[in-house]
Design a protein around this ligand. Structure first.
Ligand SMILES: O=P(O)(O)OC[C@H]1O[C@H](O[C@H]2O[C@H](CO)[C@@H](O)[C@H](O)[C@H]2O)[C@H](O)[C@@H](O)[C@@H]1O
Ligand code: UDP
Length: 466
């Protein structure tokens, strides 16, 4: 059997007791634990040197070899903070107004992709399968191919893929799509992302698209290559989480949370503090709930866990400031001497603690303005007590909404609509809660993280598609 070599910018901490707040690392770790192989990526360390090292450090953990490389400050700044998170991230999340474009960061992005490819190349065996993840590393395969490497190479995009009309805003859009075509397999979360990619190939790149039937993806012919593009919705380790959640509700943290509520209902949100997650609109929706349905005052608490992320990017500094002000204003207006409506925490928690919190919460509030998938939505469902489940309120613009139509689907820009959905969720009869939850859990059991990994790897095993 071929060895699996996974490449991603973010690698889960080698020390498993450390927390990682980000779906890619959580999901890839769950997927790789079983198969083993190599996980290559950025170490998380930024060096005050003039150049980045070109060789990775190796750490063996069970069947898995971590191969990680440090980056010097300039490379990290131009590649990660710059082109990846100030150009591609806002563009792929439909926020061209937040985009900044510069030749300097584009060059830094290409330079780091070349450095990483140079680091990985000597570790590769001829029959390895290389699976590259996310927008940081689009040019990675082309860099390996330029070195004469012919291994099967696949790419998976964890964010949305934008409509072509939006993608063309970035000056090197053609290079990016040409580089995607250097892979044998390109995976997306949803059929909508896949369609956007196919439309670029058809209408911007002058390539050909051959649909292969429902759920089977499309053959792409462009830039002198033929490859498969297909949707593979990512998931969670459903049975493991179900089992953790059964006991986590009795953990010390969960007990403390339960006691602090003194019988009040709980709404929970868990998100990196990212502008894509729609947190200001969510806070306003909760405020609207208190205005429209004042019977919830002093009866409902909203716990928002929001660990800071990408703190060197100016837009993330602004959103953090704006949210603190908003939470302060809402709490100032509505709080009683014995009740604070929004418990807003800028810190992260481990998966076990979160499982206990989800289990206690009557409503999971997941309202991103755009999100590739959103694993928190799935985790919330898996952690409910099937006999007395909470209600998931879910943005129609999260990839997860395509698989979980039994959630209460909302438009996150419409704060009044979200407030109405919260009211319905808080007053929903037990029978309806059970029915909605059972349908969602069935979906999550059928498409667990193992299924995602296996279906992607199976498709990559069949490459090349030429
Ligand atoms: O690595 P960071 O810059 O700290 O950011 C964390 C991750 O955020 C994004 O996650 C995405 O992947 C999830 C799993 O597929 C998906 O559910 C979610 O919708 C995405 O936002 C990013 O794409 C990752 O590269 C980051 O590691
Ligand atoms: O304090 C936290 C906050 C989040 N997460 C995890 O980070 C992931 C977030 O993934 P999601 O797909 O929802 O969004 P992303 O952050 O990747 O955009 C989920 O597995 C969460 O359980 C965590 O472990 N601790």
């Amino acid at each position: 059997m071929s060895r699996l070599v996974v490449v991603s910018n973010r690698v889960a901490p080698i020390d498993e007791s450390k927390q990682t707040a980000g779906g890619l690392a959580v999901a890839v770790l769950a997927a790789l634990k079983k198969s083993g192989g190599i996980w290559f990526g950025w170490s998380g360390t930024v060096l005050d040197t003039d150049a980045s090292p070109t060789e990775p450090s190796l750490h063996q953990v069970g069947k898995l070899t971590y191969a990680t490389q440090d980056l010097c400050r300039r490379d990290w700044d131009e590649y990660y903070n710059g082109f990846a998170n100030q150009t591609l991230w806002p563009l792929f999340h439909y926020r061209p107004g937040l985009l900044s474009v510069s030749r300097r960061t584009m060059e830094g992005y290409d330079r780091v992709n070349a450095i990483f490819a140079t680091g990985l190349a000597p570790l590769l065996r001829p029959d390895d399968m290389v699976w590259v993840h996310d927008y940081h590393l689009i040019p990675f395969a082309r860099n390996l191919r330029d070195k004469g490497l012919g291994q099967r190479m696949g790419f998976f995009l964890h964010t949305p893929f934008p409509a072509p009309e939006l993608l063309v805003v970035v000056p090197n859009h053609r290079d990016l799509v040409r580089d995607l075509c250097a892979y044998d397999l390109v995976g997306f979360h949803t059929e909508v992302d896949l369609r956007c990619f196919a439309n670029y190939i058809r209408y911007e790149a002058g390539g050909e698209v051959e649909p292969l039937g429902p759920g089977q993806g499309m053959l792409i012919r462009a830039f002198g290559r033929q490859l498969l593009a297909r949707a593979f919705p990512i998931s969670i380790d459903t049975p493991a989480l179900e089992s953790v959640a059964r006991t986590a509700a009795r953990s010390r943290h969960a007990e403390r949370l339960r006691e602090s509520l003194v019988g009040r209902r709980l709404i929970i949100g868990v998100d990196r503090l990212d502008y894509s997650k729609g947190l200001p609109q969510r806070f306003e929706a909760f405020e609207q709930l208190l205005v429209s349905f004042p019977e919830h005052c002093n009866r409902v608490s909203f716990l928002q866990i929001a660990p800071p992320t990408r703190e060197d990017v100016p837009e993330y500094v602004s959103i953090r400031r704006a949210l603190s002000e908003l939470a302060g204003r809402i709490n100032g207006n509505f709080a009683e001497f014995d009740w604070v409506p929004i418990r807003y925490l800028n810190k992260s928690f481990g998966q076990r603690v979160l499982a206990g919190f989800y289990r206690l919460a009557h409503v999971g509030l997941v309202t991103p303005l755009r999100d590739g998938m959103n694993l928190v939505a799935k985790e919330y469902v898996a952690c409910q007590d099937p006999e007395d489940p909470g209600v998931l309120v879910l943005s129609e613009f999260a990839g997860a909404a395509h698989e979980l139509p039994e959630a209460m689907i909302v438009n996150p820009f419409d704060s009044e609509g979200v407030a109405d959905a919260l009211q319905r969720a808080l007053t929903m009869p037990l029978e309806e809660r059970r029915e909605r939850h059972a349908a969602m859990l069935k979906t999550l059991r059928a498409n667990s993280i193992g299924h995602w990994r296996e279906s992607y790897v199976d498709a990559l095993t069949r490459a090349p598609y030429a």
